[in-house]
Design a binder for this molecule. Structure first.
Ligand code: NAD
Length: 498
């Protein structure tokens, strides 16, 4: 282990060394060893330490998990919304009591700074769980107008067994974005975390049972996407599948649904989001600080990262200099040090890929700042925040996800040009606009093809507002009451009198 920085106030290094980590799957209320032949060591990108042996589930384990969820469904769905609310609030309270442990697991597994997991990821996941628990018993049906002599009720019914497949960039938060509305609506669940980051969600399932959630309501199957994820996608007894990950995998899930039982899909796929800075931005320095956050937060591994920064020519150079200053706040530091700044990327291999994009930017355009890879505590999965420029607007850097702390700067002259540049991508997850002209803000927001448009901020997100994409960023929405659409079907009960 490397030495502890003097600024540290909590001994996260010592707590990490003392943490007992269980990598077994969680099916029907208990830990199980997967029946796949090999378990797989799960490695921390922070320093390469082996955290646990992660169970490799086989399709037979997926069957067991789906059967357990199916058995648990009738009593969970008939428990009533108030009963489910109480059960999920009890889980949220237990998560809160274990929030340091969950944050530490998340940091060790994903490389995120402990300052982020303790203040954002874990409190955010708990808040989302509470929000849906509280929403559970505040839903109402409809009594539509029908001809005299009849009454029609329109109710929302749970679908049954919901599968979730989630990525490694916000392992606990995105898992809760799926499981909280799914369970609150009365479904049971089988969740597959990313193979790189399964530990926080496994612990969450254990806490769920400890808090009183009935066996089988929440099951976690671990292993690869090709085996375990595909088994869920092709399963004949899974009623819906909620996914966050890449557009490429989204396509395979659509095919699997078509080949199997037409299970309902909600797909949150990738993004290549633009941040448009107009010359009339009221506070350019504040915009630069937010632009740095939008591009580099979470090591830039954010599906809605504002990684294309489009700046009106008259303020281009001034903004570029301000951004260089603001980006310093995202320089990497040891994730357990309790410091501001970025942590490690998800793996050394992923960092190689991101570095490849920087090399292309250097060869075909220029590196405006950053670009260096750093070695911290024996791991080379650390990168300085990097800005590329001088690349044509149709360059791959402008169109493809890099999923690392690398943004590209590009000048524009007119409003029409800015909108055309921002929309020239296959994705449509998010976009940001900076201007002090309200009419322009409204006009440009209307023209941008994106699920969320942030005006005079970046990456605006909350439990009350839907999050998801246009175009090849997928369909279905996480967060807000609209997420219930992913996990419920409308039922009409028509009662004819006399
Ligand atoms: P990924 O698509 O490779 O993996 C996501 C999940 O899918 C993982 O659990 C993985 O095991 C599983 N998977 C992989 N292949 C599968 C298959 N054939 N069948 C079933 N499941 C399979 O993505 P990733 O590398 O984990 O995450 C990065 C990607 O996710 C980026 O493209 C990013 O934009 C996207 N993402 C999107 C959002 C969003 O909300 N739109 C959020 C986070 C990440």
């Amino acid at each position: 282990m490397n030495s502890t920085p003097t600024t540290i106030s909590t001994d996260w290094h010592g707590r990490a060394d003392a943490l007992a980590i269980d990598g077994r799957a969680f099916i029907d209320g208990r830990r199980v060893t997967g029946s796949g032949r090999l378990s797989r060591a799960t490695i921390s990108p922070i320093d390469g330490r082996v955290l646990a042996e992660l169970a490799t589930c086989a399709p037979a384990d997926v069957d067991r998990a789906v059967s357990a969820a199916r058995r648990a469904f009738p009593s969970w769905s008939r428990k009533g919304a108030a009963g489910r609310k109480d059960a999920l609030l009890a889980l949220a309270a237990l998560m809160e009591r274990h929030s340091d442990e969950l944050a530490l697991l998340e940091t060790l597994d994903s490389g995120k700074p402990i300052l982020q997991t303790t203040t954002v990821d874990v409190p955010g996941a708990i808040a989302t769980l509470r929000w849906y628990a509280e929403a559970a018993d505040k839903q109402s049906g409809e009594l539509p107008a029908v001809p005299p002599g009849a009454t029609a009720l329109v109710t929302r019914e749970p679908l049954g067994v919901v599968a979730g497949i989630v990525p490694w960039n916000f392992p606990l938060e995105i898992a809760v974005w799926k499981l909280a509305p799914a369970l609150a609506a009365g479904n049971t669940m089988v969740l597959k975390p990313a193979e790189q980051t399964s530990l926080s969600v496994l612990r969450l399932a254990e806490l769920a049972t400890e808090s009183g959630l009935p066996d089988g309501v929440l099951n976690i199957v671990t292993g690869t996407g090709r085996q375990v994820g595909a088994a869920l996608a092709n399963h004949m007894d899974v009623d819906a599948l909620a996914f966050t990950g890449s557009t490429a995998v989204s396509r395979t899930l659509l095919e699997a649904s078509g080949r199997s039982n037409l299970k309902r899909l909600s797909l949150e796929a990738g993004g290549k989001s633009s941040n448009i800075i107009f010359v009339d931005t009221a506070d350019l320095e504040a915009a630069a600080a937010k632009a740095a956050f939008g591009a580099f937060y979470n090591q830039g591994q954010v599906c809605s990262a504002n990684s294309r920064i489009l700046v009106q020519r008259a303020v281009h150079d001034e903004f570029s200099a301000l951004l260089a200053g603001a980006a310093a706040a995202y320089s990497p530091a040891h994730p357990l040090a309790g410091l501001e700044g970025n942590g490690a990327l998800i793996s050394s291999a992923h960092t190689d890929g991101v570095e490849g994009w920087i090399a292309r930017g250097r060869a075909e355009g220029k590196v405006l700042f950053g670009g260096a890879r750093r070695d911290i505590s024996g791991s080379d999965a650390y990168l300085e925040p990097t800005l590329l420029g001088g690349l044509p607007a149709d360059h791959d850097v402008h169109r493809e996800e890099i999923f690392g702390p690398v943004a590209v700067l590009h000048p524009f002259d007119t409003e029409e040009e800015a909108v055309a540049l921002a929309n020239a991508t296959d994705y449509g997850l998010a976009a940001s606009v900076w201007t002090s002209d309200l009419s322009r803000a409204h006009r440009v927001a209307g023209d941008l093809l994106a699920g969320t448009v942030s005006v005079n901020t970046v990456d605006a997100l909350g439990n009350t507002t839907p999050f998801g994409g246009f175009k090849q960023s997928g369909f279905g929405r996480d967060l807000s009451l609209h997420a219930f659409d992913n996990y419920t079907a409308l039922k009409t009960t028509w009662i004819q009198f006399g």
